[in-house]
Design a protein around this ligand. Structure first.
Ligand SMILES: NC(=O)C1=CN([C@@H]2O[C@H](COP(=O)(O)OP(=O)(O)OC[C@H]3O[C@@H](n4cnc5c(N)ncnc54)[C@H](O)[C@@H]3O)[C@@H](O)[C@H]2O)C=CC1
Ligand SMILES: O=C(CO)COP(=O)(O)O
Length: 586
């Protein structure tokens, strides 16, 4: 677990950040030379004299012996010197596997006891070293004679230099610096340093530090609060919702025992119904199995099924949407104004909504209605296979990188690999449009055609998917179609999905002389599960009609002609010319 979170490091200044006082000032006071030293310290922290000069001057005034230093540490034990809330904050960070460093212009001799008190290894401390004079005859250390000027922290720009060195040694993706002084702020102002600066004003507030900080706090409890365990809520309980909930349940359980990032219990909203005379929620809570939609698979004893939508999302700050797409709008309406405003969401739903002004992807629907960020997870994800823990992959499309990372940690398991792409629309359009191509593949299977025809249909389908996605959303990236959400999902669905299955049955019924509608076949074959491709085909066709693009997407247009009874299933084998016939007559 720790290695998975290796991407984050948090570096703390020590004096007046981790400790209530500046160590050298306190030492000087202990030795009766406090005032002289404090004046120089303040000048340095305000940027009025250089750090190098201030350090040398202060040491010259302090001029102490090793035994005086030892008595000082005894008189001021580290536990008595910590700032309010720092211990809880550092504990919380370390519990989540984040690396914690102390980077200080102070001295190693005074900093190591503080590090020890906080459980920070000595190797994670960057501090200055005192040069000691050694008695030639006794070999004993007698007094200090200045500082080791080779230490990075002994000079201006030392903190960003130390962070740059850290980054050379470890591949941290994000490094944050926390501190109260100008030299701490410098950590983000110099290339190669930290990515983020959190100013701390609990002891001293410096205007320049407060103004330059990405985030300014005067109480570390605010930061600890931000590290609170995420409470995850699942909205949906069909086949894929349950298989995906099993992944989430696994990670939440693991995390609650380890990093503490996610709370163990995951509430899942279940559209309540009776199964065998009992409430489905009761069955799930008792057996940990959704006997109707994903039978035979245990989804985890930390999934709590709730029949009440608002109850399910109460207190949640991570929302996972996974219902058939036709229900999402109504769900979002019920949730409007009711979810935590700082929550983040992810949609696993494949589908879109069509309005007069154009299509609206499900992630957009969530984002607009709830005013929160919404990523997507799409991929070659046949629910039952994932429930059975077969190796599978998925693609997370994100807009906010840290949210993409968070969802990767929430979903990835040893047999469910997740890739991140900064392309929500590309991933979601791919996941949505492949359901239409899967119908075409099912028609080909129903007609008994061989692999050449099926491959031709899938290739043409992939091209139309990519072209339409890029035309409607110009930010969509070509590369996204090579991820799990693109070509891999297309393959999985065209061979193993429900859209394919029902489309094949449609052709067989049609050819037998006893045709059946898609609604009837859905009810007969899917036991309550929902087909998305037929609705999506109509939605896509509305867009093509509004734009006048029908003949430019002949495969989509032919599929729509077949599902609406305007064309016979065999038309799929001549889709280029058939598309022209399914056009409404002028
Ligand atoms: N099943 C699969 O293998 C995969 C499905 N998906 C996508 O995931 C989404 C959800 O599909 P599944 O979880 O498989 O569901 P499903 O098709 O297995 O089940 C239908 C669900 O809809 C619920 N439902 C019925 N009427 C409702 C209503 N009026 N309001 C709200 N919910 C209602 C049912 O209780 C049930 O939970 C779909 O967009 C699908 O395309 C994505 C990847 C794989
Ligand atoms: O999206 C899916 C696989 O990734 C499931 O597709 P079906 O809805 O056709 O079963």
């Amino acid at each position: 677990m720790a290695t998975r979170l290796r991407g984050y490091a948090v570096c703390f200044d020590v004096d007046c950040t981790v400790t209530q006082q500046d160590s050298l000032d306190l030492l000087a006071e202990f030795l009766g030379r406090g005032e002289q030293v404090a004046t120089i310290t303040n000048k340095a922290m305000n940027g009025e004299v250089s750090l190098e000069e201030a350090l040398k001057d202060r040491l010259r005034i302090i001029d102490c012996k090793p035994e005086e230093l030892a008595s000082f540490i005894q008189a001021h034990p580290p536990s008595s010197r910590l700032t309010k809330g720092i211990r809880e904050l550092i504990d919380g960070l370390q519990a989540r596997g984040k690396a914690v460093y102390l980077i200080t212009g102070g001295f190693r001799e005074l900093t190591l006891p503080i590090a020890r008190e906080l459980g920070i290894p000595a190797a994670n401390v960057f501090a200055n070293r005192i040069n000691w004079q050694v008695d030639d005859e006794t070999g004993l250390v007698t007094r200090m004679v200045g500082l080791d000027e080779r230490e990075l922290t002994s000079r201006q720009g030392g903190k960003p230099a130390a962070i740059a060195l850290l980054r050379e040694m470890y591949p941290y993706e994000t490094v944050a610096m926390v501190g109260d002084g100008i030299t701490d702020l410098e950590a983000v102002q110099i290339t190669g340093g930290a990515d983020m600066f959190i100013g701390y004003g609990g002891i001293v507030v410096r205007d320049a530090v407060r103004d330059g900080a990405d985030w300014f706090v005067d109480d570390f409890d605010d930061l600890t609060q931000a590290l609170k365990r995420h409470q995850v809520a699942f909205i949906g309980s069909g086949a894929w919702a349950c298989a995906a909930a099993k992944l989430v349940a696994y990670n939440c359980k693991l995390s609650s025992e380890g990093t503490g990032e996610f709370a163990e219990a995951v509430r899942m909203w279940v559209y309540e119904e009776e199964v065998g005379g009992r409430k489905l929620t009761d069955i799930i809570n008792e057996t940990h199995e959704n006997v109707k939609y994903l039978p035979g698979i245990s989804i985890g004893d930390n999934i709590v099924a709730c029949p009440d939508l608002l109850d399910a999302v109460k207190d949640a700050d991570v929302l996972v949407f996974c219902t058939p797409h036709q229900f999402t709008r109504d769900i979002c309406r019920q949730l409007r104004g009711k979810v935590n405003p700082t929550a983040v969401a992810i949609s696993l739903t494949k589908g879109m909504r069509v309005r007069a002004e154009g299509p609206q992807l499900i992630s957009e629907l969530v984002r607009k209605n709830l005013n929160i960020d919404c990523s997507v997870l799409m991929g070659a994800n046949i629910a039952k296979d994932i429930g059975n823990e077969e190796l599978s992959e998925a693609t997370i499309g994100y807009a906010v990188p840290s949210n993409g990372e968070l969802f990767k940690r929430l979903f990835e398991t040893p047999n469910f690999y997740v890739q991140l792409v900064p392309d929500i629309a590309g991933a979601e359009m791919a996941g949505t449009l492949k359901n239409v191509v899967a119908l075409a593949a099912g028609f080909v299977d129903g007609l008994g055609k061989g692999p050449n025809t099926k491959a031709a249909i899938m290739r043409a389908g992939l091209n139309e998917m990519r072209s339409l996605a890029e035309r409607i959303y110009p930010t969509v990236r070509d590369e996204t179609f090579f991820e799990s959400c693109g070509v891999a999902d297309l393959i999985a669905t065209c061979y193993g999905g429900r859209n394919r299955l029902v489309a094949e049955a449609y052709v067989r019924a049609y050819q037998s002389g006893f045709p059946k509608s898609f609604d009837i076949l859905e009810a007969e074959l899917l036991a309550g599960q929902k087909l998305q491709g037929v609705l999506t085909s109509d939605e896509v066709q509305s867009i093509l009609q509004i734009k006048g693009w029908e003949t430019e997407y002949p495969l989509f247009t032919t599929v729509n002609g077949i599902v609406n009874g305007l064309l016979p299933p065999v038309a799929i084998t001549t889709y280029k010319s058939a598309a022209l016939q399914s056009q409404p007559q002028a």
